[in-house]
Every structure is written in C-alpha cells, then in structure tokens.
Write a protein that binds this ligand. Structure first.
Ligand code: ADP
Ligand code: MG
Length: 689
C-alpha cells in the first residue's frame, strides 16, 4: 500500500492526484513525509470567558442573535454566549443559507483566532459547526496538523489522506534502517513512531519545540534525511573511483621550473595543496577536489600549476569562471604566466564576436588550444574539446553541481573522465561543507601570502558621507587609491547602473582635483577592461564600481574601500569585496556606509565584519544570520531542497551523520542503499546512486 500511487487511497482520483503532485506527492508514503507546518489545538473547549486575544481556540455557545450590518461592506454578525461571556462571529462572505443557519437558540462550536473587536471579543471567519440538540462540541484527541497548502486541496482533505497513510503505515511499518546503536545513542524514536507523532501529536506535545523543529521526532527524520543525502554524495564519490581518467604522470620538470620562476615563493599552504593535487592527478581515476581558501589566499596560481601539469602531459585544461570580468582577469594572468612557455590560452565567452568564437572553437576542437579560459560558454553546445583532461571551476559557489557535471561531460573520452578541481573563496563552515560537498575531497589554503595586513573596517551612517569623501581625498593625496562600491540593487542591472552613475557624478563634483573612473555591469567587456586597467596603472585614483569587482581584481595600491548600502549585502559578499584592499604594504581601510536606522540583526551583521578578517568566521555568522542559500548563492546552491532537515538548524547532527554513513558503507551497503532510496528515490541525488 505505502509504495502504491496516491490513487490507491479512498477519494483520490486522477484530478486530485495531479494537484497533489504539486506538493511533490506521488506515492502513498510520500504523505508520511509531508510534515505539518504548524499545529492547532482543538483538544480543549475553551469557555468564552476564558478566551485570550491573539490565540486560536475552540469554543462554543448559544446563538443570541444574527444580523447583517453595513460597515463599508456587508457583514454577518453572530453573537453567541455560553454563560461565561459573549463572542461575536464576523463573516464578510456568506450565503443566504449560511445566514439562515444561525437561528437564535441554536448551539454552535467554532475555531478561530480571538481578536478584540469593537464590542468585545470576536472571531473573523471562524471554522464553525452548528450542533444538534444536546450535542456538545467535538474535541480532537490530538493536535490538529496544518499542512503546506496547494491550490484546490483543503486542509481537511490532507488530514483525511494522511489518516489513511498513517493507518497503512501501522499495518506495515516501514523497516527501521538506522542502526540501533545510533538511535539509542541519540535517544531517537523509531521512524514509524516519529512519523505518527508529528502528524498527530498528543494534546500535551511541546508545540513550541516542534515549531522550532527541535523535537526528537523531527530530529529523527532530519537525521535520516541528511544521512540519505550524504550517502548519495559519497557513493557518487566512490563511483568516480571506478571511472578512468588520464593519469598525468609526465612533465614534472616543466612544472617545477614554472614554480621556481614565479616572482614569489608559494606559501606553505599553497605548496601543500599543490602536492595533494599532484598526487590526485597522477592517478588513473578522476580527481574530485575542492580548494577552499579565503579571498586573496592565492588559489589562482595553484590552479595554474595544475593546468600546466596537464598541458605538459599533452592534454587540455579548461578554466571556468562565473563572470566575464573574473574570466578576463584569469586570462590576463595565465597569458602572462604561460606565454613565455609558448602556451597561448584560448578565450570563450558569451559576448564574443562570431568570428573570434569560430576560431576559438576550432582551436579547442583540434587541440591547438592547450588551455581554455571562459565563462558558462565553456559547457554550452557546440564546444567540443580534443582531449580535455582537467577542468578547473573558480568560485564554485556561483555554479550548480549540474553545471560542473556538464563541463565534466565535455571531457569524457577514451581515457574516462577529466579531473575536476573546484575552487571557492567563500569559506564554508565545516558542517555545511560536509552536507554540500561530500562528493569532493577538500583542500584548504589556510594561510595568506606574506605581508598582507588585516583591513580595518568601520560602519558609518551615510549621513556622514561628507567626512568619508574627505578621507578619500586625503588617501589619494598621499598617493593611494580608493574603490567606491555601489551595491547591486535587487538584481536589476538598470538601477544598479543608475546608482553607480549617480555616485560617480557626486564624486567627480566633490573631488575635482582627482581622476574618478566608473565601471559597471552594463559596460561592454572591453570598456570595463579599460576602466580596470586604468585603475591598475594608477591613471584613475578613485574607481566607482558596482559589485562587478567582487571577485578577482587585484590592485595592490588601492588601500581604501567605501561600500555604499552595505546593510543590503551579504556578509560573505562584503568580505569578498573588502578582500580587494589590503594587498599592498599600506594599512588598508574599509568603510561600510549604511542607511540608518539599522535593525538589531543588521547591526550585528556589520559588527561581524568590523570584528574579524577571517573569512571562515564571517561565513559561519552569515550562515547563522541568513541561512545557507545566501551563503552558497540562492539559486544553484549545490544544496538540495530537504523535506524535513534544515541544514543550519540541524548542523550539529552532521558529524554523527558522517560517522553513521561511513559505518553503513563499511558494514551494510544494502541498508545504505535503502536509506538513499527511501529519501531520494531511485535516482539518488544527482541521477546516480
Ligand atoms: P584568490 O585566492 O582570492 O583567488 P589570487 O589567486 O587572486 O587570490 O591571489 C591574490 C594575489 O596574491 C595575486 O596578486 C597573486 O599573484 C598573489 N599571490 C599568490 N600567491 C602568492 C604568494 N605565495 N606570495 C605572494 N603573492 C602571492
Ligand atoms: Mg580568485
């Protein structure tokens, strides 16, 4: 029964089944995992005299009178009493029949939110029932669940369907898949008990705890769901172990020479991560490695070394970046590094002219292009590689797992899959990384190149803009440079551009003796490039920019950054932006201009940046204050929609989830597979189990 289609239930025809599908329900047991959003208490009948405004209560009484009144629109007012007090039921929409039901002397029971009205307590559009003679109000044995609604499916219907599913579950309880040692240790109920409880909690259930999702029954389900996702990612990881890849075993001499010729020495952390990558690359199975490193930690050169290794072995490497400006910056860096070695990178982007694109595509297809740098354009149709053996994805959090896989698929050939290196400057708290990237091995660059100074950060209301402009003047007079950043407004490029344009005007007028430049998202790449380049060469002293400069740009002489409307931006994004200064010898400053007054959370958020320069701490606080979507990017987070779990709320479960998963993978693979199937279906998380 549980594994049958919903139409196996009484009262479900094809039309209703279709509507239920909108809630993600297709099988009977899906209903078991559709947990209530909240609960209502109809287990007690409250005397009218004991009603409390603001609470949703069940009460009853005798109709004293029913009348219609005009107050702007027609109201039906029904006054009831139970001897302890009076209550008015107010309806704005009602039929003649409804009106006729409420005859004086009839008894009604009703459930709704109690409000203070003009004539004492009232309920607006309560659920009600006209009681038969001598019949009392009917109380429920358990709290009433309120389910996520979908159009055309009433709560009553959902309750009826879950009743049927729960009954079926009692007849054939789902197998307990968690090891007893784990449920014992965590003091968690069985799956069936947890499900029954959450759908029909007893009257004395701790509703507040359930509302927060911290009830042991919810934790029990969240644990198993997180476990299912983790297992799915881990099996994806071990699947890669069975795939072939081109083992990059040659050319170490060229790589060593390149490292020796760099104008700086690798930090200890960089050298360690390079070693880890080299070991991976030399194996005949695809590398799947994530590099985490704070902004400015020097990930690019690590990627370059990996690419050179591939090129030295006679195969192709590709680097994909999320924005044109970042891809361009890579293109410039890699060209500088690789041209002396006779390696000419090819360029591929969405805004490219047709002829240039055609040339690039043919060089990529015939293998003349040993290194390809670009944006999303890299994995689009029509791009054929000759022998792509290494894929580097920068700022992974801007891409989804599916995009990563699409690029990987470009390189599937006779040797197997390409190696994958993904990099992120958004340091991800450990528990979140466990949930999001369990299919990847992780390397952390936890050291900044020598000579970096922590940026001192202050938050200032924008009423003090004048003072800040004076600071810009002073800094530039002493030979330094400044960024003036205007945030992206609601993802709208037009407003974005207008805000930057307005600030540009304002600054040009206020600082006539300085050269002020402007770079924003609407400019053509060549224009942007010219602006950035002029800033880099010191021809421009103040660069007004939208968040296009968020990732990548590198101008060591810039030591002051002003960020307007900082209160609207994510903490990690602000941290990234701030990472653009503090790259040279001078003490750097970041000024967060905000529009006051700030709420408590907004104040706390800006304080985080003032108090720390550690990207991991910033990310952890961002996660706590705003949730994982904001941290990993909203649309393509690489994080799935969980049914029960909430990765922030349930983060503390992750270490135990990980331990349990590894144990199951060792000792009980069939159970592990059953857990994945129960929560993710046959497809697993990304189409493979
Ligand atoms: P991110 O990790 O944010 O991508 P980048 O790779 O852009 O950082 O590096 C930031 C800057 O640090 C670049 O100018 C780069 O050349 C420089 N850099 C990288 N590694 C070192 C190092 N070991 N010593 C000194 N400078 C370095
Ligand atoms: Mg970078």
């Amino acid at each position: 029964m549980l594994s049958e289609a919903l139409t196996a239930l009484k009262g479900v025809g094809p039309a209703l089944a279709k509507r239920l599908e909108k809630l993600g329900l297709s099988r009977v047991d899906d209903l078991l995992f559709l947990l209530p959003l909240r609960y209502e208490d109809r287990t007690q009948l409250v005397r009218i005299g004991a009603l409390v405004a603001g609470k949703r209560c069940l009460t009853s009484g005798e109709v004293l009178l029913a009348e219609t009144a005009y107050r702007g629109r027609r109201n039906l007012l029904v006054r009831i009493s139970d001897g302890s007090g009076q209550l008015t039921l107010r309806f704005f929409h009602f039929s003649r029949q409804q009106q006729a039901q409420f005859q004086a002397g009839k008894h009604v029971s009703c459930f709704g939110e109690v409000r203070r009205g003009s004539a004492g307590f009232e309920m607006i559009h309560p659920e009600y029932r006209i009681l038969r003679e001598e019949q009392g109000a009917v109380t429920d044995d358990s709290l009433t669940p309120v389910y996520p609604a979908t159009e055309g499916v009433q709560q009553g219907r959902l309750r009826n369907l879950t009743d049927q599913a729960l009954e079926a579950m009692l007849k054939e309880p789902p197998p307990e898949l968690l090891p007893q040692s784990v449920t014992d240790k965590l003091g968690m109920p069985s799956l069936a008990d947890a499900i029954s409880y959450l759908h029909r909690p007893p009257p004395d259930a701790d509703v507040a705890q359930m509302q927060e999702g911290r009830h042991p029954c919810q934790q029990r389900l969240a644990f198993e769901e997180l476990l299912a996702h983790y297992l799915s990612l881990r099996s994806l990881r071990s699947l890669a172990e069975t795939e072939g890849a081109f083992a990059l075993t040659h050319g170490q001499g060229r790589v060593d020479q390149f490292v020796a010729d760099l104008p700086f020495e690798l930090t200890g952390a960089q050298a360690r991560v390079v070693d880890e990558i080299m070991v991976d690359l030399s194996r005949p199975h695809p590398m799947m490695r994530l590099i985490q490193g704070d902004v400015g930690s020097g990930k690019t050169v690590v990627a370059a070394i990996a690419c050179l290794k591939a090129i030295a072995c006679g195969v192709q490497a590709a680097i994909m970046a999320p924005t044109e400006i970042l891809a361009e910056q890579h293109w410039r860096n890699f060209s500088d590094w690789f041209r002396p070695l006779g390696i000419e990178p090819a360029w591929l982007s969405g805004s490219q002219k047709a002829a240039a694109r055609r040339d690039a595509l043919s060089a990529i297809a015939n293998g003349r292009a040993q290194l390809v740098i670009g944006t999303h354009a890299l994995f689009q149709e029509g791009v054929e590689f000759d022998n792509l053996a290494l894929v580097v994805i920068d700022e992974q959090h801007r891409f989804g797992v599916h995009q990563r896989m699409a690029l990987r698929d470009k390189g599937i050939g006779k040797d197997g899959q390409p190696h994958q290196l993904v990099m992120t400057a958004t340091p991800i708290p450990r528990t979140l990384a466990m949930a999001a990237y369990a299919d990847l091995d992780t390397s952390v660059i936890d050291e900044l190149p020598p000579g970096r100074q922590p940026v001192s950060t202050i938050a200032v209301p924008d009423t003090r803009r004048g003072e800040i402009i004076e600071r810009v003047r002073a800094a530039c007079k002493s030979g330094q440079q400044a960024y003036w950043v205007c945030p992206l407004i609601e993802e709208s490029e037009v407003l974005d551009y207008q805000a930057a344009e307005a600030s540009y005007q304002m600054l040009t007028e206020a600082l006539p003796e300085l050269r002020v430049g402007l770079v924003h998202g609407r400019m053509r790449p060549a224009e942007k490039e010219r602006g950035m380049q002029a800033f880099k060469e010191g021809l421009i002293q103040v660069l007004v920019a939208t968040t296009v400069i968020e990732v990548g740009v590198d101008v060591p002489n810039a030591s002051l950054m002003i960020i307007e409307n900082a209160e609207r931006m994510g903490l990690s994004q602000l941290h990234q932006l701030r990472g653009r200064v503090g790259r040279g010898a001078a003490q750097s400053h970041c000024v967060l201009l905000y529009k006051g007054p700030l709420g408590r959370i907004a104040k706390e958020r800006l304080a985080v940046l003032r108090d720390t320069n550690d990207g991991f701490v910033v990310a952890q606080r961002d996660l706590e204050l705003r949730g994982p979507g904001e941290l990993l990017g909203t649309r393509q987070t690489g994080l799935p929609d969980y049914r029960v779990a909430n990765i922030v709320r349930d983060a503390s479960l992750m270490p135990q989830v990980q331990m349990t998963a590894e144990e199951l993978r060792r000792s009980s693979t069939s159970r592990a597979a059953a857990i994945v199937r129960r929560w993710l279906g046959d497809a697993g998380r990304y189409g493979k189990v």
